[in-house]
Ligand binder design. Structure first.
Ligand SMILES: Nc1ncnc2c1ncn2[C@@H]1O[C@H](COP(=O)(O)OP(=O)(O)OP(=O)(O)O)[C@@H](O)[C@H]1O
Length: 261
């Protein structure tokens, strides 16, 4: 990692960037020539019809998959050849991937475990006595941020689906990521859970860069300053919600699939 080069121009503007990113499976390109630029401090969405390449793209960013072509940069640093754990240590973390929750632990215990994990950097050097109370205080603070202040002593198994996702986000935030990747955070949620989780993501986005794959386009419209639309593995267009929603090519892409814009 010491030898990784930092491109200072892009590091100033973009927390996350890809250049000519591509992935082929037996000759079929699921992702092709993707140039993605996620501005530092923004909430950016990656959308597209089913099979557009969003999940493959996320897997390439978090190094679950190795690219066939191109490069990935985190704050200007070339992370293309690093592994998932290494990019997590550098601050690129995908929710629901590294920080799984344990069903029989309480919310407080779950977040404490995440804070104590190898990726939690802040608590290593503290003395044992102060560490326990500081860990508890930090865990409570994180649970308050995601709206689980009243659920500290409930086990993860006792939570509603929406609150489980909130707990997962709290355990991810415990890793203090610079760039947070959220993979369909409202997937499978009932209507009643979508608004609170959207509000919570908006609150935790403060001071952070977030890249989100999300099928619910009203969630995207509420949260995201920039939207990149993928189709057949390639970038179809990029812009604000209004720009992409009124783009005839985007409308055609969505009408050709099962999704609606
Ligand atoms: N491991 C794999 N081997 C072969 N083909 C794959 C593999 N992973 C993905 N694909 C193909 O790549 C294309 C993009 O898939 P991907 O899952 O990235 O799309 P997506 O935009 O996330 O779709 P969805 O919205 O349905 O989750 C699809 O045609 C898919 O079948």
């Amino acid at each position: 990692m010491d030898t990784a080069q930092i491109d200072t121009t892009s590091a100033q503007d973009y927390a996350l960037e890809t250049r000519d990113l591509g992935k082929s499976f037996a000759g079929f390109y699921a992702v092709k020539g993707v140039n993605l630029q996620v501005r530092r401090g923004s909430v950016h969405a990656l959308i597209g019809p089913n099979g557009a390449g969003k999940t493959t793209c996320f897997n390439l960013l978090t190094k679950t998959l190795s690219p066939t072509t191109g490069k990935v940069f985190l704050e200007g640093r070339d992370i293309t050849r690093l592994r998932t754990a290494q990019v997590a240590k550098l601050g690129l973390v995908r929710s629901f991937q590294i920080s799984a929750t344990f069903p029989h632990l309480t919310c407080l215990e779950n977040v404490r475990v995440a804070l104590q994990s190898d990726y939690g950097k802040s608590f290593r050097f503290w003395s044992p006595i102060s560490a326990v109370s500081e860990l508890n205080a930090r865990a409570v603070e994180l649970l308050e941020r995601v709206g689980l202040a009243n659920a500290l002593d409930l086990t993860a198994a006792e939570l509603s689906y929406g609150k489980k996702r909130a707990l997962e986000i709290a355990t991810t935030l415990a890793l203090d990521p610079k760039v947070l990747l959220l993979d369909e955070p409202t997937a499978g949620m009932g209507h009643e859970d979508i608004e609170p989780i959207t509000k919570m993501i908006s609150e935790v986005s403060d001071g952070r860069t977030i890249l989100i794959v999300e099928h619910n386009l009203s969630v995207v419209a509420t949260l995201c300053e920039r939207i990149t639309v993928l189709q057949h593995g390639e970038v179809l267009t990029e812009g604000t919600y209004d720009e992409v929603a009124n783009d005839p090519d985007v409308i055609t892409a969505y009408m050709g699939g099962v999704d609606e814009l």
